[in-house]
Write a protein that binds this ligand. Sequence first.
Ligand code: XUL
Length: 521
Amino acid sequence: MSCYLGLDASTQSLSAIVIDTDSSSITLNETVNFGADLPDYHSPHGSLPNDDPLVKQSDPLMWVEALDLLLQRCRSAGFDWQTIDGVSVSGQQHGSVYLNARYADINAWDPGCPLKGQVQPLLSRAVAPIWMDSSTTVECREIAAAAGGDQVVTRISGSRTIERFTGPQIRRFYKLDPDGYGKTRRIHLVSSFMTWLLRGSDVPIDHGDGAGMNLLDLASGEWNERLLEATAPKLRDKLPPAVPSTTCAGFLADYFVTKYGFKEKTPLLVGSGDNPNSLVGMGAIQPGTAVISLGTSDTCFAAMSEPRTDPNGYGHVFGNPAGGYMCLIAFKNGSLAREEVRQEFGLNWEQFAAGVLQRTEPGNHGNFMLYYYAPEITPRILEPVVERFGSPSFCQGSDADAAARAILESQAISMQLHSQWIGETPKRILVTGGASRNPAVLQVLADVFQADLAPLAVSNSAGLGAAMRAANQMGGHAWESLFACFSQPDASRTARPRRELDAVYRPLREAFAEKQRRYIV
Ligand code: XUL
């Protein structure tokens, strides 16, 4: 058997997915949900409560405990970790974990004690800012000014300074807690932190995830001196090396061999971000296929034939784990905004979908909404704005079906408006993420984008991509054969556009854009 493990450290959960390349099957797909399984961390949606709505942080020990819990749970359910031939991690992007000088002394974890208690004394910061944080607008401006302007930052790093990106987050930590920053000797992303846990000694950051820091020179693949200096003092010493996503990160620590029964010397591939991993999991590593990922955040991404940047500054360029570049546009008000509407009207997802598909019409009689329950990334909207436009019953909130259609259509229209800069018309659009199971979501996207939309058979493309990267690198399995086995779209659920609706959506798009424009900064 040849089996590869992908661990997906996402915002709300940690999942393990195992692919068996001999039988072309998925032999494990298990999740620890932070809200349901680790309630003591008070992070039902993955972040700690905070009085400031702009601040979103997680307890990194929650991720550490989740790792032990997940591995233990799978083992108790009879899964044999001995079968694993290679491991890689996918992590929510941009989040950062801060370690003190003692991190360097760690050569092995003690299998007699849980990981959590061993990691706690190594933290120089109790919390990890995550991608949902938007508290660093001042730091973004400071870094851009010190580096010579946002155009310079974009030219070097592929993105203008962005609130959730790691560089501005590091600068804010340095300003708020210079002592804590001074004590910090290693800063990891979520993907490299989890890989560090698995290895038990230092590991690098890959170009896919590293590009989400406003610190990496995309062309050379090295940390950029000008950006490092503009961000915080002595930062270079605190970062691990930046490496291609194909780099081996050593072997699993003995802790995992002794405690959970992994093979000795199980190879570890460097971790990467959830979106770069998802690009692989969707089989979209070549230009021509666009992916829409419907998770906590919605994202839209594709491999790029050349590293073009977004003139409006919302989109990003990251490293493509299979070589070259990828573009990405992130929409923070994804699943949580859909969830807000569903809960406001007390609907379950079946009722929500039935309202959209059976009881309302495309175009929603002109009803639409601004759905920014949290500050938005694309386009830049810094304050929450929730407003309905259209019929009185819809605006007063007494029409549940119209509200369900309005959130989906408004999200799809915004995604379409703000993905124009990519400039490459995809030959196909694939869709992934939890909400891709909802037929109403798929049909609305197909109608708005006027394209066939095919969901992947497996919904966790990020974890799948991590497992496939390990199979490609450690097992020598060609991408094409991996895609043929694991990345097949589910043809039976493909949503097809109704061509006559293009004309219906044109005026709605214009009306939506006009209202949205008022709040963009
Ligand atoms: C991408 C982004 C999110 C996170 C969490 O830039 O911020 O997609 O990776 O999924």
